[in-house]
Design a protein around this ligand. Structure first.
Ligand SMILES: [Zn+2]
Length: 274
């Protein structure tokens, strides 16, 4: 994503630089932190940060807030701890932080939900084994970093609406995961869906069908919204209108079905729409 333009650099003394979004953080010992970053290449890397909780004599705040974009340098890939995938940070800095998210409870839960969803399918970066230059999954980073950037943007402009952001996010995520339902043809008779008066969505199959082939509520609005979401660029999110909770829920149900989860396992999801 252009907002965080940078490349991985390998320094002469084999130092390695990683950049990614903090998607999970656990305090460890008195002042240390273990963080997971969604790296630019779409994999998730784990890092040990000495003094990462902040504090100390000067009461420094931690810069490892959820959603912050970090740059972490490790000395070499042999610094990992035992047989774990933890890499020890030698130096770190923050590139960007979502300042408004922590002051809006729904935006905060939404971001937590995104990170929960990511953790259900992301691939672990294994130091010494994984290839950082493998960009097969970078689409996921692009979806998540854009999502965060524009949640922050909406909060600043006081036009944040959780359902709008979640629907757009889910459509883009499903597309990048290669599991977008076919929105063009009935999955049974192959007739063009938009030519039919009524269409039905079947989350278990991830398919749309015409009402001649399947029974159910007419989901034409939902179909059109998915198509619109697919065409809407993140920077145009404000024009993506008409979303509602029941459509978000269908997309979440569908995602869960694909990954053999139950929506109740997504803790932030129940908090979001309380
Ligand atoms: Zn049909």
């Amino acid at each position: 994503m252009d907002k965080f333009e940078n490349e991985v650099q390998t320094y002469p003394e084999a130092r390695l630089v990683f950049e990614g979004l903090v998607i999970h953080r656990v305090p460890y010992k008195e002042r240390d932190l273990i963080v997971k970053l969604l790296l630019r290449n779409g994999m998730v890397g784990s890092f040990y940060i000495y003094g990462g909780q902040g504090g100390g004599k000067s009461h420094k705040p931690s810069i490892f807030e959820l959603g912050s974009m970090m740059r972490i340098m490790i000395k070499d890939q042999k610094t990992k701890i035992d047989s774990s995938d933890l890499m020890i940070s030698a130096e770190h800095s923050r590139i960007w932080e979502p300042q408004s998210v922590r002051h809006d409870i729904r935006a905060f839960y939404l971001v937590c939900l995104y990170f929960e969803l990511i953790s259900k399918f992301s691939i672990t970066f294994q130091p010494g084994t994984s290839d950082y230059q493998n960009l097969d999954h970078e689409g996921v980073f692009s979806v998540v970093s854009n999502a965060l950037f524009y949640i922050e943007d909406a909060l600043v402009k006081k036009q944040f609406e959780a359902g709008q952001h979640l629907t757009l996010f889910m459509v883009k995520l499903l597309f990048h995961l290669g599991i977008m339902p076919d929105t063009d043809n009935c999955s049974y008779c192959q007739e063009e869906l938009l030519e039919m008066p009524g269409v039905v969505f079947m989350p278990a199959n991830g398919q749309f069908a015409c009402q001649n082939c399947a029974q159910g509520e007419n989901e034409r609005g939902f179909l059109l919204r998915i198509k619109k979401g697919y065409q809407t660029r993140y920077q145009e999110y404000a024009g993506f209108l008409g979303t509602n909770f029941s459509e978000c829920d269908k997309l979440i149900q569908y995602f869960c079905h694909q990954y053999h989860l139950r929506p109740v396992e997504l803790r932030s999801y129940s908090l979001l729409f309380k």
